[in-house]
Structures are given as C-alpha cells and as structure tokens.
Ligand binder design. Structure first.
Ligand code: C5P
Length: 247
C-alpha cells in the first residue's frame, strides 16, 4: 500500500514511450502501469502507431501526455488541439514561439469543446525553447539575448495566454517559479538518477534535484526503458521524488 506522498510522487513521473512500435509500447505500458503517473507519446510513436493506439491507451484508463509540440497558424493549432483532446489524453503541448494568439485560441477552443462534449480538458503546456537550442543557436535565427531570458519570457507568455504550464529544465524551473503561480506545471526531461549514463542529454539532473528546484513533473525515457528491471528503476525514481518532496 502506497502512502499519500508516494502516490503523489508517482503521479509526477511520466515515462517517455520512445519506441518504434505499438507492440513494444504496449509491453512497456503493461509492465509499468501501476508504477508511474503517465506515459508520453511523442512524434516517433505517434507517427508509427497513430491515433487509434492513443485512443486504446486512454480508453483503457491510462494517462497519456501527447507530446506533438504543435506550432502552426492559430486556427490549425486550435483544431489539432481539439482533436487531441477528443482522444482523451491527459496532457498536450504547443510551442510558445507560436505566440499568444495561437496559445489562447488553442486553449479556448479546447476548453469550449470539452465542456460541450463532456470531456475532461487536457492540461495544456508550452514548449519554451528546445534544450537543443542554446545561446549560439539564437543569433542564427535572428533572436537577440540569452536562451535563459527567452525561456522565462516565453513561460510568462504561456501563463498569460491561459496555459497550465511549460516544459523546462530544472534550472529554468527555479527561475520560472519565482514569477509564476504555485500551480503552474513545470515538466522536466533530461532526468538521470545518480550513476546513470547521460546518453545524448547535455544538461542532466537527478530526480530529487529537479523536484527540489521546482519541477512538478519529470519525463524519463532511457533510464527506465533500458533498465534490466524497469519496475525497480521506476520505483527507485519515485522514492527519490518522494524524499525530495518532504525535504
Ligand atoms: O531517454 P531520455 O530520458 O533522455 O528521454 C527524454 C524524453 O524527453 C525524450 O522523449 C525527449 O524527446 C524528451 N525531451 C527532451 N528534451 C526536451 C524536450 C523533450 O529530452 N527539451
């Protein structure tokens, strides 16, 4: 029996289903269904397995973060977001770089349709700046200033456009927390438990470190997917989150 703390620590762990087939993803979901809070479906699995696969997971009661990072004209993003909501997912995301009108329209249309159709409104979060972009990438695309100040500015814009949160590194989470409300969700990837390999992630942080810096949800892929014992790997991350929540 899990304590309230462990249950809420578990809710904060999102496993990235970064695999190529629905069969492989289904095996992982079956293995981890009672160990984690949600499963993230990104561009790779969505392109390979499609919307029916997503619907299958949500109708079986799984919480799904559909990580498709919409970025297009406001009308298109709003309509795509509504279709994502109709799949029954728990969370979706858009690029904050699409601007406030794009975010506001998407949020408003999703909220209206969910109310009219009796659906649970998905959490809507914004990608600020991809972690693959840094201070050297910005001048290339004509943006002046540091990546860090841009991230904070885009998080503010997402918040004032009505969104529920952002995807951000733990370091950025600390900055964002200073200016935004307590309930604003900060979803952090690049998590590596102590002793794990970094893979291709340049800036990594432990699960406990991220929670201590203000991340509300953690996205973990390879440290769990490639573990010899996935359940044990997930449990150990949950207990690290739980410890950081009480300290
Ligand atoms: O395997 P790993 O734990 O590095 O996976 C992290 C997940 O988070 C991947 O699905 C990756 O695409 C995603 N992600 C990321 N960095 C971002 C945004 C998303 O690593 N800035």
């Amino acid at each position: 029996m899990l304590s309230t703390e462990e249950r809420s620590a578990k809710e904060r762990l999102i496993v990235a289903l970064d695999v190529a087939t629905s069969d492989e993803a289904t095996r992982i979901v079956e293995e981890l269904r009672s160990e984690v809070g949600a499963f993230k479906i990104g561009l790779q699995l969505f392109t390979a397995a499609g919307a029916d696969f997503v619907r299958g997971l949500t109708s079986a009661g799984h919480r799904v973060f559909l990580d498709l990072k919409f970025h297009d004209i406001p009308n298109t993003v709003a309509k795509a977001s509504v279709e994502a909501a109709r799949l029954g997912v728990w969370m979706i995301n858009v690029h904050a770089l699409g601007g406030s009108e794009m975010m506001r329209r998407a949020f408003g249309n999703v909220a209206d349709v969910c109310e009219a159709e009796g659906l649970l409104r998905p959490k809507m979060i914004a990608v600020t700046l991809l972690t693959s972009s840094d201070d050297s990438t910005l001048p290339e695309i004509g943006i002046a200033g540091s990546a860090e100040s841009l991230v904070v500015r885009l998080a503010d814009l997402a918040n004032s456009s009505g969104l529920d949160g952002v995807v951000a590194s733990a370091k950025e989470a600390q900055q964002i927390k200073r200016s935004l409300k307590e309930t604003f969700m900060i979803v952090t990837p690049g998590i590596r438990p102590v002793g794990a390999t970094n893979n291709d992630q340049k800036r990594v942080i432990t699960p406990g470190g991220a929670v201590a810096m203000g991340s509300t949800h953690l996205v973990v892929g390879r440290p769990i997917l490639e573990a010899a014992d996935r359940v044990a790997a997930a449990r150990s991350i949950v207990s690290e989150i739980s410890l950081a929540m009480v300290s």
